[in-house]
Design a protein around this ligand. Structure first.
Ligand SMILES: *Cc1c(COP(=O)(O)O)cnc(C)c1O
Length: 390
């Protein structure tokens, strides 16, 4: 007989179970979350926090938006899974929306960011007949073998080598470095239009334009990894819209499904997988597509793209006005903000949490601020006040 499971409802026993039954790959905050609404999350003891992490740039429309909850509940009562052996109305409708808002050609659906990058890499190889990839220093594209190949951090890579051979890393924001690195066998250049995990690094628009030119001159594809920057996060639907550079393939995930897991790529006209070149059992499933459709409608109806631009500007201005000696730089676009400080920022995350604010520290010295796009001015004021104090 199997041992009976007792349901844990208090912090200590949850942590005890986690330490016993879950592989300890994550460095977790000492917090067990139970519910959320809008920009607020609540822990199991009922304490409230302003969420400036948003599940790592996922909850763009806020926690448990009624429209997302409704779309998921309705769809769950009709059809949860079918596989791609059949058509569904929700997948076809979502594909149309996605192609329209991205201005690209066709979509392929999967379930996460790393899978989207895998799909982009496979598509680049099959579309060009070439094998190698150029990626940037401090890039992050995911943790499966293909996307890990183009992810920079050696602690992520080393234990798992050999990866997919043929990757080359060049400094971010240097077009010349790409020019100097291209070979006859380079299939694609993959870049985040703003580096997320790498420390919220914003390149010049000119850089992205030049990378586009280099790709055209050398018959390579340009892949924009918009997994973190998409769906209004940077004050445009997609970060590519700031520079007006059109990639050949764009990857998406994180915020795409309003919190529900989903990934996708879109490619420009003329670039597409052919029959049976790629597949995913759960890709574009009814629940994901219903949530994603609802999320796009919320972003549109509540004008969250514009709001992200406006609130992001306000947030950065307020942070800049702190005039604090430990702040090296405030940077970002829209509500994708990095505050670089002159030392490691892990303790700031702890202190902020003690004061009712969830922050995240990336690249050691950069406080990452990526709240739901519906965050209010009052909430921003509170966050800035507390960052100033600590
Ligand atoms: C988070 C992220 C990924 C990986 O997404 P997962 O869903 O965690 O696999 C890939 N690229 C970028 C730019 C990301 O921010």
């Amino acid at each position: 007989m199997t041992k009976e499971t007792t349901l844990s409802k208090d912090y200590n026993s949850i942590v005890e179970k986690d330490s016993k039954y879950v592989m300890q790959t994550y460095t977790r905050q000492p917090l067990a979350l139970e519910s959320g609404q809008g920009s607020i999350v609540r822990d199991i003891e009922g304490r409230e926090f302003i969420d400036c992490v948003a599940g790592i740039a996922v909850n763009n429309v806020g926690h448990c938006h009624p429209k997302i909850v409704e779309a998921l509940s309705k769809q769950a009562g009709k059809l949860i899974h079918t596989s791609n052996l059949y058509y569904t109305d929700v997948q076809a409708n979502f594909a149309e929306e996605l192609v329209n808002i991205s201005g690209m050609g066709r979509a392929f659906f999967c379930n996460s960011g790393t899978e989207a990058v895998e799909a982009a890499m496979k598509l680049a190889r099959v579309a060009t007949g070439k094998k190698e990839f150029i990626a940037t220093e401090n890039s992050f594209h995911g943790r499966t073998m293909g996307s890990l190949t183009v992810t920079y951090k050696s602690t992520y890579r080393k234990p798992f080598e050999p990866l997919i051979q043929g990757e080359r890393f060049v400094p971010y924001n240097s077009a010349q470095a790409i020019r100097d690195t291209v070979t006859e066998d380079t299939a694609a250049v993959i870049v985040e239009p703003i580096q997320g995990e790498g420390g919220i690094n914003v390149p010049s628009d000119e850089y992205l334009r030049e990378v586009r030119e280099i790709c055209d001159e050398n018959e390579m594809l340009l892949i924009f990894d918009e997994v973190q920057t998409g769906f209004g996060r940077t004050g445009k639907w997609f970060c590519k819209d700031h520079s007006k550079v059109k990639p050949d393939i764009m990857t998406m995930a994180k915020a795409i499904g309003g919190g529900f897991p989903m990934g996708a790529i879109v490619a420009r006209d003329g670039i597409s997988f052919e029959k049976s070149q790629h597949a995913a059992t759960f890709g574009g499933g009814p629940l994901a597509c219903a949530a994603a459709l609802a999320s796009i409608n919320v972003i549109r109806d509540e004008k969250l793209v514009e709001r992200s631009a406006e609130m992001g500007q306000y947030f950065m201005n307020e942070l800049n006005s702190l005039d604090n000696d430990s702040i090296v730089e405030v940077r970002g676009r829209g509500l994708m903000i990095g505050v670089e400080i002159n030392r490691a920022c892990a303790d700031i995350v702890d202190l902020a949490r003690d004061n009712g604010i969830l922050l995240n520290c990336t690249s050691e010295k950069v406080i990452r601020i990526a709240p739901p796009l519906i965050i209010t001015k009052e909430q921003i004021d509170k966050v800035v006040e507390i960052i100033g104090q600590i």
